[in-house]
Write a protein that binds this ligand. Structure first.
Ligand code: NAP
Length: 295
């Protein structure tokens, strides 16, 4: 943990709107970054009930708040209260970052780019890869839209609820009309996946693996050493799926990377300075090492 500078008359505020918000690690990560660069800023969690979202957004400018992250359940419902939505947030259909620029509130989304950066730092090459995406919820949207804009060969969406899977597949097709996209269920019966030796990126965007005793989101015996396996879950840092992938000899990409990079990208949008990644990562790792204390 870092020692923060005292709050003075110069201090400016950043924050995160969510409900509930007590579990968030973003304040630790951003305050560590402000401290590392000697910036007179603080980042605080705001518990914003859905009924009060409009009022909270309307308060950003008059209170002089310089930037806000947006988390569940506001990532989609916040759209009508912003002055502008940038291209990426529009494609994803969700906002995770508000930039305050010349008195205007701009909705942006760093989740997808943050995910791509987490792959990059593990040297995952996306060219020609088949992507198998597990889950079709909120986080899957950012990941799918970002991947669809990369030179992947194919995307297979495995969704429990077919209508949600179809909505995600339609979103992907809107972004990448020529990408081969298909929808499967989550039973992964015999024959799935065809040619398992194909270079594949498997991404778990379901919450399966957060709780002890959760079933695996994907049959571990199907994992192949030529695969890369990413899990969006960051608590625990190593999920059973990642442990199985490691055991199978696959490249693993833990969810901490996406959490870190989406935060670093927001930091750079707000401050126009390079994010101190190692300090931010250290703050996250220290918090996670405390286990459930910060839940
Ligand atoms: P969400 O909107 O509730 O979506 C969850 C998805 O998982 C849905 O498609 C859901 O299917 C599916 N699912 C849930 N339980 C399932 C089960 N038992 N079997 C099969 N599918 C199941 O949640 P989210 O916001 O996308 O978050 C998902 C996970 O990503 C969470 O663990 C969250 O912590 C993590 N996350 C990580 C980061 C990061 O920075 N690393 C960022 C965002 C989220 P249905 O549609 O059928 O319900």
């Amino acid at each position: 943990m870092t020692d923060l500078k005292p709050i003075t008359g110069q201090t400016k505020i950043f924050g995160i709107f969510g409900h509930p918000i007590t579990h968030t690690l973003s304040p630790l990560m951003h305050n560590a970054a402000f401290d590392a660069l000697g910036l007179p800023y603080r980042y605080v969690p705001f518990e914003v009930h859905p009924d009060r979202l409009e009022g909270a957004v309307r308060g950003i400018l008059p209170l002089g708040i310089l930037g806000v992250n947006v988390t569940l359940p506001h990532k989609e419902t916040i759209f009508p209260f912003l002055d502008e939505i940038d291209e990426e947030a529009g494609k994803i259909g969700a906002v995770n970052t508000i930039e305050v620029a010349s008195g205007r509130l701009i909705g942006r989304n760093t989740d997808g780019r943050g995910f791509l950066e987490s792959l990059q730092e593990r040297n995952v090459d996306l060219s020609g890869k088949r992507v198998i995406l597990l889950g079709a919820g909120g986080a899957a949207k950012g990941v799918a839209v970002a991947l669809a804009q990369e030179p992947i060969a194919e995307m297979v969406i495995a969704a429990r609820t077919a209508s949600r899977g179809k909505a995600l597949a339609d979103r992907v097709t809107a972004v990448a009309p020529r990408l081969k996209t298909s929808l499967v269920g989550v039973d992964f019966g015999p024959g799935f996946p065809a040619d398992s030796d194909r270079p594949t990126l498997l991404v778990n965007t379901t919450p399966l693996g957060m709780k002890q005793g959760d079933p695996s989101p994907f049959p571990p015996h199907l994992l192949d050493p030529r695969w890369s396996v990413a899990d969006l879950i960051y608590r625990p840092e190593e999920t059973p799926l990642l442990a199985a992938a490691k055991e199978a000899g696959a490249t693993v990409v833990p969810g901490l990377g996406m959490l870190l990079h989406q935060g670093a990208l927001a930091f750079e949008i707000w401050t126009k300075q390079k994010a101190p990644l190692s300090k931010m990562r250290q703050a996250l790792q220290e918090a996670l090492s405390l286990g459930p204390l910060l839940h």
